[in-house]
Design a protein around this ligand. Structure first.
Ligand code: KG4
Ligand code: ZN
Length: 334
């Protein structure tokens, strides 16, 4: 059978990325240009600056990706692109680039939902098997999904307020850790002990999550200690905070696997790079005889490899779009 090469483009936040993936599984080449250094100065992503930098970098990134891969546009079957959710200005840059390539080279345009992309990061080197429960934990999303097959998403729970990554980043900011704070808290949490008493949020029978109360609890704790002139043990606070996050995520996910009688768990999104979360899921899945599938570290945070991998399965099902495709800042699953 002829190999299918999909070119993917991702610009939903502050990474300009292009990738070529073979048959949804093999990463032929991926280029990611991160703007983290630029946004660190402001303590978070500044949308206007993000889109300007995408404009500056997108052609270079696509060109580099193609050249290094040795694959020409003739070999490419389709152009997949993140259309949402994300920052509108950022999304538009990737969309315009994808539409231009699609038009000039007469290749189908494949719209990819960013969160769907995160799930399909797990297809790289492994392929996808169903049924599965997917826990998506990123800077903008926290969702628990049941998938019976490709493109068949049943949302069984999600955050009622902040996303888990957002919570990590805001807590890190209060602790004077640079953006993005998630990895820094993770590192500090490996060295501390659980010594601060923080509430486990939404500890109920639902499959929903809530992280804004936890964020406020940490902020209040820090302010109270500051006011009393008492110092905080940063590492212990990070460990205590991360422990609550892990407890909240793992307890509901393991319960969902049991109730849906599913023996396969897929983690996805930037926060799935978290060592504490990965280690705890590894232990729990072993105990419960569940196959745990996690993206390689480099595919956890935003990248175009996942967009090209998801694009392959959409291509096989002829889920194409015309050139009217527009950016959607809060795109729902479809
Ligand atoms: O998936 P992603 O790149 O962007 C979104 O789609 O939102 O996720 C970025 C988020 C940031 O909030 C970042 O702090 C978090 O992922 N993150 C982590 C870790 N690595 C990245 N959070 C906790 N622990 C980590 N090791
Ligand atoms: Zn993402």
């Amino acid at each position: 059978m002829k190999d299918t090469y999909i070119l993917g483009i991702e610009t939903s936040c502050d990474e300009t990325s292009c990738s070529i993936v073979k048959n949804g599984i093999e990463d032929m080449n991926t280029v990611i240009l991160s703007q983290i250094d630029i946004h660190q100065l402001y303590g978070g992503v500044v949308p206007e600056i993000a889109s300007r930098n995408h404009v500056k970098d997108i052609t270079f990134v696509i060109d580099k990706c193609l050249k290094e891969s040795g694959i020409t546009m003739d070999d490419i079957a389709g152009i997949s692109v993140t259309y949402g959710p994300g920052l509108v200005g950022s999304l538009l840059v990737g969309l315009e680039a994808a539409k231009t390539l699609s038009f000039i080279y007469d290749k189908p345009l494949i719209p990819v939902h960013h969160i769907r992309g995160h799930i399909y990061a797990n297809s790289i080197n492994k392929g996808m098997q169903f049924p599965l429960i997917a826990l998506i934990i990123s800077g903008g999303h926290t969702e628990l999904l049941y998938m019976k097959n490709h493109f068949d998403f049943e949302k069984i729970g999600g955050t009622l307020d902040d996303a888990v990554g957002e919570c990590y980043d805001k807590v890190a900011r209060v602790l004077n850790m640079k953006y993005p704070g998630g990895p820094k808290i993770d590192k500090a949490a490996q060295k501390g002990n659980i010594s601060y008493n923080l509430p486990i949020p939404l500890n109920d029978e639902s499959y929903n999550f809530s992280f804004s109360g936890l964020k406020s609890a940490v902020i209040n704790l820090k302010h109270n200690l500051d006011q009393r002139g008492e110092s905080i043990n940063k590492e212990n606070l990070c460990t205590s905070f991360q422990n609550v996050v892990i407890e909240s995520l793992t307890s509901k996910t393991i319960r969902a696997l049991d109730e849906y009688n599913v023996k396969r768990l897929v983690l996805a999104g930037g926060v799935s790079a978290n060592k504490g979360i990965r280690n705890t899921f590894e232990k729990l899945c072993k105990e419960n005889d569940i196959e745990l599938i996690m993206p390689e570290f480099k595919y956890c945070t935003d990248n175009a490899t996942m967009v090209a991998a998801a694009g392959y399965y959409l291509y096989k099902n002829k889920k194409f779009s015309d050139l009217e495709l527009n950016a959607k800042s809060s795109a729902k699953f479809e």
